[in-house]
Write a protein that binds this ligand. Structure first.
Ligand code: ATP
Ligand code: MG
Length: 602
């Protein structure tokens, strides 16, 4: 990543992590590091060289699902810190659990991080290097580290049943009890551990445990399991192993092998930090790792109202068909948000605004929508649509304008074009028939109603002033057509001039050049602001109206949209041409969000 300018560093709001990094850089905490060579990374660094990266952070997803908005916070944080401090952020697949990892997820995670705008390359001394790692490439080292702990009397093979182990672990109030296998000699333990590795014991029949302190007030230090037997084919190492390291053992080692300086994780790992430190200190004492070892820092995870951020629960929504897939536009996954129309810029802005803290809190969903609007306000082209169409006929059109005549109209696509640039124009036509919103006509107007009712004048936005003369209804009394006349300008006598004053301008689309479009109106997926808090059944809070599909009419500039192009539909909000289903001429749009929270024109 490029070296930062002083400007970028000082422009960022400070937070406790930046304060820690500032301190470490000032004190040269990591200045003495020499590159030791990460397995799978030999070509990238010459061993023994000073590390040119000022800091190293990492984003370590487990490839067992698609990334969500919470991960986006972590990605923006880790890659952002590396970018701002002349460091590198590693993308590391934490694929130590053989059961759940899938290549589909690996590819989706790579796409998501790239799409968010980050890369895992460094560029020191004109040499570009990739920093994409797989924890499973470190299995050999992890195995050696485990044997070292056994030889040093710091680990033992425990043959208690899982139930016995649980019972003997104690709880917050009761200290644990030593396992009867705890006093075996290193030689016995080593022999047993090798038997485990060689497939001589059944899955679950024994585990390797660190030997720390069964009476520790921190239960994570009561001889945590570090290796287990599991006969499962691993996506990377195949059937080479039938024993796999536990996450709490593997993760610190992964960080250390990659010479991470600041290992940033969410608060629930705070109680794991003593074991993280214990393990790295022991391996450094044994000469397996160099000092200084990485440090773990915890920050508050993102909780967003109306959203669940658990891969397992999101997977359940997908597997049970509650949503159409991981990229359903209602999903808080990065692919879902992308398809919904949220931009990488908006997500980065959101991450910056919510900041990082050490205390858990809930962020209001509107924060995300405000970031989206702030990003699109001056970028998204405007356009008119009619979402709930009824036909309006201008009964004096033929007489005033000529039968079959279509009058060209233009409006700017951007009300505030970039400085020095002209606003791009949108072209459309007006004719005898136009589509208007059904709610813009009332035969008997409620108090204060300013739109169409018999005798009232309004402007068709970007077109003419018209006066409503009545409507046509079907046998059920439903309005099937609204009738109006063009109002000639009081001075010139021609339609279109501005001297007729009206109280409302309504949106419309010409019948002649409007194009029918599928518009998917999305709302929040859950009705409960904290759908899964406190173990609640989140499925009970599903919003039955989270998706509504309407056939709308859109003006020609919208019908010509490219997939993924974002727009502001005047009066309704921000919409995107669906990445997958939209085709020019056969438009499909997703609603991203309204113009503001709450409804238009109450
Ligand atoms: P889940 O529990 O949904 O499976 P996870 O935390 O186990 O999520 P990982 O793949 O292990 O998923 O996460 C990768 C990184 O993303 C971790 O460093 C984790 O701390 C971070 N992360 C996950 N969820 C959030 C969140 N809601 N807010 C901030 N960071 C998060
Ligand atoms: Mg995890």
């Amino acid at each position: 990543m490029n070296a930062p300018t002083d400007d970028t560093t000082s422009a960022k709001p400070s937070n406790f992590l930046r304060a820690i990094i500032d301190r470490d850089l000032e004190q040269g905490t990591y200045a003495s590091r020499r590159w030791a060579g990460t397995p799978g990374d030999a070509a990238h660094h010459a061993a023994g060289e000073p590390d040119p990266a000022k800091i190293r952070t990492r984003f370590p997803p487990e490839p067992n699902g698609y990334l969500h908005i919470g991960h986006a916070k972590s990605i923006c944080l880790n890659f952002g810190l590396a970018r701002d401090y002349g460091g590198v952020c590693h993308l590391r697949f934490d694929d130590t659990n053989p059961e759940k990892e899938e290549t589909e997820y690996v590819n989706a995670i790579i796409d998501a991080v790239k799409w968010l705008g980050f890369e895992w390359t460094s560029n020191f001394n004109g040499q570009a290097q990739e920093h994409l790692y797989y924890a499973s490439n470190y299995f050999d080292f992890m195995y050696r580290a485990a044997e070292y702990l056994i030889e040093a009397g710091l680990a033992y093979v425990d043959e208690q049943t899982p139930e016995e182990m649980r019972a003997n672990r104690g709880d917050f109030a009761t200290p644990g009890k030593d396992s009867p296998f705890r006093s075996r000699t290193p030689a016995e333990n080593l022999a047993r551990f090798r038997e485990m590795r060689d497939g001589q014991h059944a899955d679950g029949s024994m585990v390797l445990r660190a030997k720390i302190d069964m009476a520790s007030p921190n239960i994570n230090l009561r001889d945590p399991a570090i290796y287990r037997i599991r006969r499962a084919t691993h996506h990377n190492t195949g059937d080479k192993w039938c024993i796999y390291p536990m996450y709490t053992f593997a993760h610190p080692i992964e960080d250390a092998l990659e010479q991470i300086t600041h290992s940033i994780c969410t608060l629930e790992f705070e109680d794991q930090r003593p074991f993280y430190d214990w393990l790295l200190a022991r391996l450094a004492e044994g000469g397996l790792l160099q000092q200084p070892t990485p440090h773990q820092y915890e920050f508050a995870r993102l909780n967003l109202t109306y959203v669940i951020t658990s891969k397992r629960k999101l997977k359940q929504l997908v597997d049970e068909g509650t949503v159409s897939g991981w990229d359903d536009p209602r999903m808080p996954t990065i692919v879902g948000l992308r398809r919904r129309g949220y931009t990488p810029e908006a997500l980065q802005l959101f991450a910056e605004r919510i900041g990082v803290t050490k205390s858990d809190s809930w962020i209001d969903y509107s924060t995300l929508d405000i970031a989206l609007r702030d990003d699109l306000e001056n970028k998204a082209h405007r356009g008119m649509v009619v979402l709930d169409p009824v036909k309006l006929t201008l009964s004096n059109w033929d007489e005033v304008m000529g039968a079959g005549h279509l009058e060209p109209c233009t409006l700017p696509a951007l009300p505030h074009p970039p400085e020095g640039q002209a606003a791009p124009p949108r072209h459309f036509t007006i004719g005898k028939e136009v589509w208007i919103e059904r709610e813009d006509f009332e035969e008997v107007p409620p108090k204060g109603y300013k739109r169409l009712f018999p005798g009232n004048k309004v402007r068709l936005k970007g077109g003419y002033v018209i006066e409503c003369t009545g409507c046509v209804k079907d046998a059920d009394g439903r309005v099937t057509e609204v009738l109006a006349t063009l109002v000639p300008d009081t001075k010139s006598g021609t339609p279109g001039a501005d001297s007729v004053k009206v109280k409302a301008a309504i949106t419309w689309v010409g019948v002649a050049d409007g194009v029918a479009a599928e518009v998917r109106i999305y709302d929040r997926l859950f009705t409960d602001p904290q759908p899964d808090a406190g173990g609640k059944d989140f499925l009970a809070a599903l919003n039955p109206d989270s998706k509504k599909v309407v056939t709308a009419y859109v003006e020609p500039s919208l019908a010509a949209a490219l997939p993924d192009q974002k727009f502001q539909f005047e009066r309704f909000g921000y919409f995107v041409a669906d990445r997958l289903d939209h085709q020019p001429g056969k438009p499909v749009f997703n609603k991203i969000t309204g113009l503001k929270d709450g409804n238009w024109a109450k």
